[in-house]
Design a protein around this ligand. Structure first.
Ligand code: ZN
Ligand code: ZN
Length: 107
């Protein structure tokens, strides 16, 4: 997950309270090791994506929700009071809509 405000990476952790449902449980600042490229994708998660009740917000900027970019498909933190989101990975600005159904695992 990328932080929309700072363009820095966070490691998002999802939990599945029941099959096909994923909740964002926590996010932590994530710094790729020097010399290592972008995080690899090791399989994807599928189902409905929500924000867990205990989620404390983006560790970089405090935003309490997240969106998936329609252009680069990266997750970014998102302030749910805003109708627009900015992608922390590619900078794409888009109106928020629809339902997340797939997420690429990055860890
Ligand atoms: Zn953020
Ligand atoms: Zn993007």
């Amino acid at each position: 997950m990328a932080c929309a405000a700072t363009r820095l990476l966070c490691a998002a952790r999802f939990v599945s309270p029941r099959p096909g449902l994923w909740e964002l449980a926590s996010a932590a600042p994530y710094n790729p090791a020097p010399g290592v490229g972008a995080p690899g994708t090791a399989g994807g998660l599928e189902g409905e994506f929500h924000v867990g009740g205990g989620y404390a917000g983006c560790p970089r900027c405090g935003a309490t929700s997240y969106v998936k970019c329609g252009r680069c498909e990266q997750l970014s933190c998102w302030r749910s009071e805003s109708p627009m989101s900015t992608c922390g990975a590619c900078g794409n600005v888009a109106r928020v809509g629809g339902q997340l159904t797939t997420v690429q695992r990055v860890d």
